[in-house]
Design a protein around this ligand. Structure first.
Ligand SMILES: [Mn+2]
Length: 465
């Protein structure tokens, strides 16, 4: 839980950064699933949570040198019948530690004639409302409004404070337990959905939701495979990319592990796993203040390229492999991204939040997907997640085949068809000295994984239909 005093300190910092300009923040509404009574679970906008801690759908906040007014939907007469105890506005004012709490229908009048800055949110209707109140268009997915406000929010949220780190550590502990349950239950038979259900159950038992749709798949080469329909068979690798998000504060982690369905890595799987693990650990060890994140990515790609050359999947010299970005054929994404209240933290501001001024995306296949290129600072939290994938769409991509030619042994790569994918992902805090791996408790070594997978099948047995 983030204390109300911390939210107050963040608001004071924001006001200071903006030279006293007044900020209007609007919260999101839950998107409807079928009708107003059947909405999707609501998750409040991350900036709104960061400055208020208030998760009430549709709330708004006015922050200026006089403090903060929260605008909230007052309870309806029959709310108590349907929802049990209902807080009064004064209860909520005290809970969130704000100077004033007011009924939502007074927002419009309060904003009238005032010079305000605001931000777009992921809910188009809420964004339209904010735009109307500040008298300017707001567009989601870039500056989102006033660029000074965006800069201030980015500067504040990018460096995690002690309260945020303790939330991330709690989410990491819950997620480690969920991975242990998922690994211990995995064995041939059943399908991906069974593992996903256990993973989610373990998170729910620890006051967490999923920060994003878990990827639970034996087709790990499909990078964002959202389905859980494949049967689990001996000899396959199962990739799980998932993270618990704390219900109250919204902080969550992002972890990937890959393990053999039958609990034993084959020779080929073991070699590939060790290469990815080596790339991941070396990349993590580099994460110190002042280091350019792109160099961390390139180093991970170098470790992978060396192994790919040893394995014969790439040909020629290491220099030629690096210069041509040939390793991206098997490691086609970036090494990671910022993490915090959002799984891809601050991604609503796109590269403004995660690329340093003057830097932009590299045009090369692979590096083009690098989501971050900042010089690391203490307090930054981000993922490190190299991988190895055998992706049919890449292997048959004629443009890549023409460009890379003999640098890739395409025939040999064809012999790896059906390998799937391996990704290993941890969440890392840059400190003044060595990096801290916030997610270190989730089993990762080959020995730990082989000891755990299939070791506790009873929950699994009951779940199988
Ligand atoms: Mn990730």
């Amino acid at each position: 839980m983030i204390p109300a005093l911390t939210h107050a300190r963040r608001r004071a910092d924001l006001t200071r950064r903006l030279g006293g300009r007044a900020v209007l923040l609007v919260g999101t509404q839950a998107p409807l699933r079928t009708s107003p009574i059947n909405a999707y679970p609501h998750r409040q906008d991350s900036n709104f949570l960061y400055f208020t801690g208030c998760s009430q759908p549709g709330a708004a906040a006015l922050i200026d040198a006089q403090g903060c007014t929260l605008f909230l939907q007052p309870p309806a007469d029959d709310d108590e019948l349907w929802h049990g105890h209902v807080d009064t506005l004064e209860d909520l004012r005290l809970r969130y530690g704000v100077e004033r709490a007011a009924a939502l229908d007074t927002l419009e009048q309060t904003c009238q004639g005032r010079a305000l800055v605001s931000l777009a949110v992921a809910d188009p209707e809420a964004t339209r409302k904010a735009a109307r109140l500040v008298g300017r268009p707001l567009e989601y997915g870039g500056d989102n409004g006033d660029s000074d406000l965006a800069d201030a929010v980015i500067a504040q949220r990018r460096r995690k404070d002690q309260d945020e780190l303790s939330e991330l550590r709690r989410a990491a502990a819950a997620t480690a337990a969920a991975f242990e349950l998922a690994m211990s239950a995995t064995r041939p038979g059943g399908n991906e959905a069974h593992v996903a259900a256990l993973f989610n159950a373990a998170l729910a038992a620890r006051d967490c939701t999923n920060g994003y749709g878990s990827i639970v798949t034996v087709r790990g080469e499909v990078l964002h495979n959202p389905d859980w329909t494949n049967p689990l068979e001996a000899g396959q690798l199962l990739l799980l990319d998932g993270g618990g998000e704390l219900r109250e504060s919204g902080y969550g982690v992002d972890i990937t592990r890959t393990w053999p369905v039958d609990g034993r890595f084959t020779g080929r799987q073991r070699a590939a796993y060790q290469a990815v693990l080596e790339a991941e650990e070396q990349a993590i060890a580099m994460c110190r203040p002042g280091v350019r994140y792109r160099d961390v990515h390139l180093h991970a790609a170098r470790v992978m390229a060396r192994w790919l050359l040893d394995e014969g999947l790439l040909r020629g010299s290491l220099d030629a492999a690096l210069e041509s970005h040939a390793a991206a054929v098997f490691f086609p994404h970036g090494v990671g991204h910022l993490l915090g209240l959002d799984t891809h933290d601050l991604e609503q501001f796109w590269d403004k939040a995660s690329y340093a001024p003057g830097r932009s995306r590299d045009p090369h296949f692979g590096t083009a997907y690098l989501r971050m290129d900042l010089d690391l600072e203490p307090g930054f939290v981000f993922t490190i997640e190299p991988g190895f994938y055998v992706v049919p769409a890449i292997l048959k991509n004629q443009e890549l085949r023409d460009r890379l030619g003999d640098l890739v042994d395409w025939d040999k790569a064809a012999g790896w068809a059906d390998f799937g994918g391996i990704r290993i992902e941890d969440d890392v805090l840059c400190t003044d000295t060595s990096p801290e791996v916030l997610t270190a408790a989730t089993p990762k070594s080959i020995d730990a994984i082989e000891a755990l997978v299939g070791s506790g099948a009873s929950a699994w047995d009951r779940l199988r239909v």
